[in-house]
Design a protein around this ligand. Structure first.
Ligand code: ADP
Length: 632
């Protein structure tokens, strides 16, 4: 868990980083490609503009030299004062002007005096000579100048006529470039994104698709340069503020970004009052500038392309790049979390398998332990059963032992009587008193019968238990037990009473063991009544209502010393005895209780109330049956 969080956090940072990197990369690549494309388009356009300008100018390049060989113009220069020749030449010039699409054409003599002109009045031509005399005499074959009327750009073509190395005069043709410029403005308006500038050798914008930029300098001139430019007369009115497109190094041939005044009108107004003050940086727009030189014309063509679309695309590309970066990051996050979940799953299933194996091993071990314990228990139970059997037998023997003195007394008395009777019979026989002998023999027979009864009872009592249940008469079981304890009952003068209903009661159990229980209870009762003034042992029955007559309660109550309440719960504990050593084992009640339990009943004990004679009551329930063993 502690490790997982930093890893997740790192991946989140990585996602952010990838998003930013994707944005930067997308923007950079898109901008680079867009700019390259924009530059390529601009370069193509430049070629077109250059070609159209060159074609327009080249169309008239041959004209001055062609006119130089015209007879009318040559005649005029031979006789410049001839009015007829001047008129003839003027007509010719007017014709050429119309046919060639010129703006003005005129011829001057060597001093610059206008001899003939395409216009009816020579004033127009003379004004040109007056304004641009310097340039007309400079020896150049062509130059550009602003139109004095509408500020459009004029292109002048010059040709000097000479004879024998002496200049005679000059042919001057003026071509107005306003129509060409108009098409550029038109194009510029249509394609908002692109602006065109034509800059002359003095760094002055002489043509442009943006009218407000005309006659502005590219960079700010010095005062001397400025006055020189003004005095040249080539430019209409005062020059407007510099555009300041480039730094000191100017523009190289490759494309580059430049700051262009955005508010051209403001720039214009500013220029009117404070010349050469560039507009503030805030009102500038960034454009891509590209140039092409037209060396023969000493011109430079400049295009300024608006890269807003490129930037817009670059922004989209940035968002797309960011999205891709974020997607990669999220994918990494997803994969990482998936692999983590997978690893956790593997770990969990491994742990589960291990737990399962451990559990199986534990179960095996536990099963083994249990089966050992089970075997051990079985063995102990077998031992216990054997021990119980032995104990029961021992207890019986103990009772027998206790009884033996009484029995000896019981048997001794008849034996003594038998001896006396048999001797007496012999004497009576000798005397011939047959009748008395018969009486003696009858008495002997009764005595023998009585002794046989005692020994039979002893034999059956000493015999080991049989486990079969059979119908047993409650009255005869009580009698059998009483017979074994007869001598003690007589010696202690115990009043023994048996409820008469016992005679009709039959129960399903084992007679021998029932007698064992009764002998135990009777013997305990006799012991408990040893010091009691009243010695009464009563046997009675009661019904168990909940058994619906199927079971009967046999109750043995005595008038003995009873038991204190604190010792009562210990009554059925093995080896609990209050009798002196050698007389009590503390097993009689335990064994009796077990026997009754085996008969399906319960042996209970409670102290009897003092008004009922005190002493103890022992009672247990047995299954009732008929004499022939049928269920009730
Ligand atoms: P033992 O007779 O060998 O002592 P028993 O299990 O038969 O062993 O009896 C346990 C004890 O219960 C006797 O020692 C005696 O204190 C008490 N006891 C049994 N029957 C009676 C009774 N009827 N009245 C008073 N105490 C009794």
């Amino acid at each position: 868990m502690a490790q997982r969080l930093p890893r997740t956090r790192a991946l989140v940072y990585l996602t952010l980083l990838l998003t930013l990197a994707g944005m930067a990369l997308g923007q950079h690549l898109s901008e680079r490609a867009g700019m390259a494309q924009l530059a390529a388009v601009a370069a193509e356009r430049l070629e077109l503009y250059a070609a159209s300008l060159e074609a327009e100018l080249a169309r008239h390049a041959y004209l001055p030299s062609l006119m130089a060989i015209d007879a009318d113009l040559q005649n005029l220069l031979a006789a410049p004062e001839d009015p007829a020749l001047r008129q003839q030449a003027s007509r010719k010039l007017a014709g050429i002007k119309v046919r060639a699409g010129l703006n003005l054409s005129f011829v001057t003599d060597a001093s610059g005096r206008v001899l003939a002109s395409s216009e009816a009045q020579l004033g127009t031509a003379e004004a040109v000579v007056h304004r641009l005399g310097t340039h007309l005499r400079s020896g150049n074959a062509h130059f550009f100048a602003a139109n004095e009327i509408n500020g459009s750009t004029d292109y002048f073509l010059l040709h000097t006529l000479s004879r024998a190395g002496r200049p005679l005069g000059q042919i001057v043709l003026r071509l107005n470039l306003a129509p060409l410029e108009a098409t550029w403005i038109d194009q510029g308006l249509r394609s908002q994104g692109e602006k065109l500038l034509v800059v002359d050798d003095k760094e002055v914008v002489i043509m442009s698709s943006v009218p407000a930029w005309k006659y502005r300098l590219l960079s700010e001139p010095s005062a001397a340069e400025h006055s020189e430019l003004l005095s040249s007369g080539r430019y209409a009115g005062p020059l407007r503020g510099a555009l300041e497109l480039f730094g000191k190094d100017g523009l190289q041939d490759e494309a580059r970004m430049v700051q262009v005044p955005l508010d051209v009108d403001a720039g214009e107004r500013q220029a009117d009052t404070t010349p050469f003050t560039a507009p503030t940086q805030a009102s500038r727009q960034e454009l891509l500038a590209q140039q092409r030189s037209l060396v023969p014309l000493a011109l430079r063509l400049l295009t300024l392309s608006d890269p807003s679309e490129v930037w817009r695309q670059a922004r989209y590309a940035a968002w797309s790049g960011g999205a891709v970066g974020a997607l990669i990051g999220l994918l990494a996050l997803y994969l990482a979390s998936r692999s983590r979940a997978h690893a956790q799953l593997l770990q969990a299933s491994k742990a589960l398998r291990m737990a399962h194996t451990q559990l199986e091993a534990q179960v095996d071990e536990r099963t083994q332990e249990l089966s050992h314990t089970n075997q051990e228990l079985k063995r102990q139970i077998a031992q216990r059963l054997q021990a119980e059997d032995e104990l029961m037998q021992a207890a019986k023997l103990a009772v027998l032992g206790q009884m033996s003195a009484g029995i000896a007394h019981e048997v001794n008395q008849p034996l003594t009587a038998l001896r006396a009777l048999s001797r007496n019979s012999l004497l009576l026989l000798e005397k011939g008193r047959i009748e008395s002998v018969g009486n003696n023999l009858r008495t002997i027979d009764e005595m023998v019968e009585r002794m046989t009864g005692i020994t039979r009872q002893l034999k059956s009592f000493a015999r080991k238990a049989e486990s079969s249940h059979a119908p047993v008469s409650l009255a005869s079981a009580v009698r059998g037990a009483k017979l074994l304890l007869e001598h003690r009952l007589q010696a202690d003068q115990v009043e023994f009473s048996v409820a008469p209903e016992l005679e009709q009661r039959w129960v399903r159990c084992e007679a021998n063991r029932l007698e064992q229980v009764l002998v135990n209870l009777f013997a305990n009762a006799i012991d408990a009544m040893k010091d009691s003034p009243l010695k009464r042992l009563s046997i009675s029955t009661a019904t168990l209502p909940e058994s619906r007559g199927r079971r009967i309660l046999l109750r043995v109550s005595d008038s003995g010393a009873g038991m204190s309440a604190d010792l009562l719960p210990r009554l059925f504990e093995p080896f609990f005895t209050t009798k002196p050593a050698g007389q009590g084992l503390g097993l009689g009640l335990v064994i009796s209780s077990k026997i009754i339990h085996e008969f399906g009943g319960n042996l209970r004990a409670h102290a009897q109330a003092a008004e009922q004679g005190g002493g103890m009551v022992f009672e247990f329930d047995l299954e009732v049956c008929t004499r022939d063993g049928a269920h009730v």
